[in-house]
Design a protein around this ligand. Structure first.
Ligand SMILES: Cc1cc2nc3c(=O)[nH]c(=O)nc-3n(C[C@H](O)[C@H](O)[C@H](O)COP(=O)(O)OP(=O)(O)OC[C@H]3O[C@@H](n4cnc5c(N)ncnc54)[C@H](O)[C@@H]3O)c2cc1C
Length: 363
């Protein structure tokens, strides 16, 4: 058996990292303050879109590259889990109303810019949209189809990862929240995957600073409506997305507010979310609202993810997955696991050979 590893925080990055390490033969234990369902994590609320093409509008080149690498890793991991997870790669569709044509021109510029000037999308006309998304027939004259994109069901993923951990022999402690310091020096490596929950410890150094960015989503049930892929509606006031999950459940999101207030969804945000849904198709007017949820996205000031190492304390930290956790976590966690192995073998890693992610040493 290899070294003992304790993972603190079993949201998305914690579960993935624990699984990767356990499957390599490490003896892994995991603590999360919430239950096995993961209801305190950003991952529990997320739409779980895997959208490195569309995110070119808002993400760094590093994040886009990690996003593309992660798609293949998800395709390898998901089929190995003990439970079924909805994983769809049917692309995504961007639409807009005629009065918002200028927004589509700007969106196309961002897409091109994020992909070295290449047109990575396919222009769809009304017939294409009618044929591929019959429910949107004659509602939009033009759209951008982004073929490589996909999505997961976030809650199925969290559950299936938990089952995968149990099957791999990980000692899971749900509703357990030990202090980070209390885990140090027990002859085990500690990996801090607490997302926003790590803020106080993370911000003790003068390096990058961690903050939360508020995001709000709605979940609705619309038995009359079928969409074959996530749809983004370009709109000057509420540029939002609708991600169809199984059984006619739709996740509508997400606001992005510079605030660490994690309280319930505001009236204003709920109106904007529902307006975008209704603007996509009035038939959503009869949908039933299941949930309005808020969570904080763990965000670093440079908006890239980071892997840190405190050598003396034997603590590695993974954080800053921001609004892209599902999109990039597989590549980030694999990089962390590779560098941890090198560290244990005395190779003093400085940078991950595959993703190029640096290992940031803290004292
Ligand atoms: C509204 C919204 C929509 C999103 N949509 C998408 C999307 O479509 N695509 C995408 O790629 N990403 C999306 N994201 C981002 C994604 O959810 C996050 O980037 C990702 O969940 C971060 O993973 P993490 O493991 O760092 O943190 P989390 O998933 O938040 O997990 C952190 C875990 O640490 C635990 N924890 C915290 N403190 C302690 C403690 N003291 N002791 C024990 N456990 C602790 C928490 O309970 C939690 O389970 C979205 C996020 C939000 C909020």
């Amino acid at each position: 058996m290899k070294s003992n590893i304790t993972i603190l925080g079993g949201g998305l990055s914690g579960r993935l990292t624990a699984l990767m390490l356990a499957r390599q033969g490490f003896s892994v234990s995991l603590h999360d303050k919430a239950t096995r369902a993961g209801e305190e994590s950003a991952a529990f609320v997320a739409a779980a879109m895997l959208a490195p093409m569309a995110e070119a509008v808002d993400a760094t080149p590093q994040v886009l590259s990690l996003g593309y690498q992660s798609i293949d890793i998800w395709k390898n991991i998901i089929p190995t889990l003990p439970e079924k997870v909805m994983m769809q790669f049917s692309g995504s569709l961007i639409v807009w109303h005629p009065q918002d044509k200028d927004l589509s021109t700007r969106f196309a510029q961002y897409l091109r810019h994020g992909h070295q000037g290449k047109e990575t999308w396919i222009n769809w006309n009304q017939d294409d949209i009618n044929q591929n998304e019959p429910q949107l027939t004659n509602r939009f004259a033009h759209g951008f189809y982004l073929p490589t994109e996909g999505q997961l069901d976030n809650r199925q993923t969290l559950n299936a990862l938990a089952s995968g951990l149990e099957a791999a022999g990980v000692d899971c402690h749900w509703q357990s929240s030990p202090n980070l310091e209390s885990l140090i020096g027990k002859d085990a490596w500690v990996i801090d995957c607490r997302g926003f929950g790590a803020k106080q410890d993370w911000n003790q150094t003068q390096k990058s600073q961690l903050r939360g960015i508020r995001g709000e989503v709605a979940r609705v049930f619309a038995p009359e409506i079928t969409l074959n892929r996530p749809v983004r509606l370009l709109h000057p006031r509420y540029p939002l997305y609708i991600a169809p999950k199984e059984n006619h459940i739709f996740v509508i999101g997400a606001t992005q507010i510079e605030s660490e207030d994690n309280s319930e969804v505001s009236v204003r945000s709920s109106l904007e979310l529902m307006s975008s849904l209704y603007a996509l198709h009035p038939a959503f007017g009869e949908a039933r609202i299941l949930e309005f949820l808020t969570q904080l996205r763990p965000t670093l000031n440079h908006h890239d993810p980071e892997i840190r190492l405190h050598r003396q304390k034997k603590v590695m930290s993974i954080n800053g997955l921001f609004r892209h956790g599902f999109m990039i976590a597989p590549a980030v966690c694999e990089a962390a696991v590779r560098m941890l192995n090198q560290e244990i073998n005395g190779e003093n890693p400085q940078k991950d050979s595959i993703t190029g992610l640096p290992l940031n040493i803290v004292e």
